[in-house]
Design a binder for this molecule. Structure first.
Ligand code: GAP
Length: 516
């Protein structure tokens, strides 16, 4: 890929996603709907494959995790019990000059990050100056400028978070004023008051207005799992520790909906709640932390693109939490959350429903509320991570540039394209036969239009790992060429060998074995 600024690289990803049928803006015909997207003919295949990869590794190859598909609508009291009605808020602030609205926490976080970056620049300069003898840890803890920057970044963020936790919105606003944080658009610090805004979408159910009751579109899939804990534990005769996994849509009225499919108002989550004996939760938290990282790394996008960000500030119900962050085109951001949620959710559902939501442990002969370790991954964010990292522009020996989507082979939308070299001499008929055979086991496509070189480029651009070319020799000895997307190398093999060869490198089994 030629060197591009992060903004240019990201714009290219968005343009590519549209041009090749991966992602379209929702209701584009009517001018589009902000922060809502549709997945096109290639996007839906890639998204389904990523979901299947998650599902198989979290359910099929786990001994003690079962699946669930709970409804999007749930009893309204669920959201009271879960705390979403009272506390699922974003702090908002408006700039009076630009009339732009911001999430106050994001403004403060970005401000702190800028100060932190100043410290990092000092460290880089010192490393260059001192060379091999540089003691980075010592420098970080003793250089007055670095110490001052880091302390300022931490203090600002903690003062803001303390104010929010105490519900003191005036003090939270004062942090923005005291630090002279300005609006990126108007450049002014002319801010409104700060207020909390609930992120849940609500709707009414019932035919007559007086009877109608307010329902919410679920903001996370997890609560469907908690309220089915007893159903599944009893009917499945599940013994602790065990997990319940589900994938499905979630909805949040995000205020700052930017960055393409990174932050959407309608998105898909893949969540698993692992129910454990109280006291063993930290062991399972560590277990799932490393298991989830292994799963991500198996996709082969590069270990340097992932990092953990352990939370210092914990939600009131959590006793440990981390984000798996990914290096998106706009920097490291949360891809997946892993949380040790204690017995908070089950206890609250017991309290609000008036029903006993406990587990009888046959080993200890006692009933108790299990603790929960949660893994929660956004499918759309995973899609963006895979798509953005895979898009490459390669300069070939003859100086031409090919656009190639280096998707992991196992999740590519189309696994194999069958291409007759020319559109005559019986080659299209032969290609049709090969296509008819392969389509039962593989997502295959048949393409006869344009010169062969152009067709290869088209398949490269949508990430198809293999092209099978039918030429005149095929009619003589039933052999074809098999072209590999990444190396562009072609090998000759028989038609009867094709399925096995393809299976060896595009099968999900290979990926799954790497991920466990
Ligand atoms: N049950 C826990 C939970 O929902 P979260 O950190 O709010 O935790 C989990 O969300 C994951 O869902 C995030 O790591 C992210 O991948 C995805 N996610 C959250 N909000 C999103 C949004 N507005 N658009 C796309 N993905 C989102």
């Amino acid at each position: 890929m030629p060197i591009l600024s992060p903004e240019e690289a990201f714009k290219r990803v968005i343009a590519h996603a549209k041009e090749y049928g991966f992602i379209f803006q929702s209701s584009e015909l009517y001018g589009g709907l902000s922060a809502v997207y549709d997945y096109g003919q290639n996007g839906v295949l890639l998204k389904n494959n990523l979901r299947t990869y998650w599902w198989k590794s979290m359910v099929q190859v786990q001994d003690n995790v079962v699946g669930l598909d709970s409804a999007i609508f749930m009893h309204p009291t669920v959201w009271r019990a879960s705390g979403h009605i009272d506390a699922f808020n974003d702090p908002l602030i408006d700039n009076k000059d630009s009339k732009k609205r911001y999430r106050a926490d994001v403004l403060v976080e970005e401000y702190s990050e800028k100060i932190r970056q100043k410290a990092e620049k000092e460290v880089v300069k010192a490393r260059e100056r001192f060379g091999a003898s540089f003691d980075e840890a010592l420098y970080r803890s003793t250089n007055p400028r670095v110490v001052e920057y880091l302390a300022k970044a931490d203090e600002t963020l903690s003062r803001f978070n303390r104010a929010l936790e105490a519900g003191d919105l005036a003090e939270a606003r004062q942090v923005i004023v005291d630090e002279k944080i300005t609006c990126p658009v108007s450049g002014s610090a002319n801010w409104t008051e700060l207020r909390q805004f609930n992120l849940m979408f609500s709707t009414k159910v019932g035919s007559v207005a007086e009877d109608a009751s307010e329902l919410y579109l679920r903001p996370e899939t997890a609560q469907g799992i908690f309220v089915n804990f007893l159903n599944i534990q009893k009917t499945g005769r599940m013994k602790l520790p065990f997990g319940i996994a589900q994938t499905g849509k979630a909805f949040r009225n995000e205020i700052v909906a930017r960055q393409f499919i990174f932050r959407m108002r309608e998105f898909e989550q893949m969540e698993m709640q692992y129910f454990v004996r109280p006291g063993s939760e930290m062991q399972w938290y560590e277990h799932w932390k490393s298991a989830r990282m292994r799963w991500h790394l198996a996709l082969g996008l590069g270990a340097e693109r992932y990092r953990f960000h352990d939370h210092d500030k914990l939600a009131h119900y959590a006793n440990a939490a981390t984000d798996v962050e990914f290096d998106f085109p706009f920097g490291f951001k949360e891809l997946e959350g892993i949380h040790s949620r204690t017995d908070f959710d089950l206890s609250r559902h017991e309290e609000f429903s008036g029903r006993k939501v406990q587990y009888f442990d046959p080993e200890t002969n006692e009933s108790y509320t299990p603790y929960v370790v949660e893994t929660s991954l956004g499918l759309d964010r995973l899609f963006l991570a895979v798509l953005a990292t895979s898009l490459d522009e390669e300069t070939l020996e003859d100086g031409t540039v090919r656009t190639v989507l280096r998707l992991p082979y196992e999740v590519a939308p189309t696994q194999v394209a069958i291409l007759p070299l020319i559109k005559k001499d019986g080659l299209p008929e032969c290609a049709q036969q090969v296509y008819q055979e392969l389509r039962w086991d593989f997502q295959a496509t048949l393409d006869e239009k344009d010169a062969i070189g152009k067709r290869y480029r088209r398949q490269d651009a949508v990430g198809t790992p293999y092209c099978v070319t039918i030429d005149h020799q095929t009619l003589v000895d039933k052999t074809v060429t098999l072209r590999d997307r990444d190396s562009m190398k072609q090998v000759r093999c028989t038609i009867s060998e094709l399925a096995n060869r393809l299976h060896a490198s595009v099968s999900m089994t290979t990926l799954l074995k790497k991920s466990i």
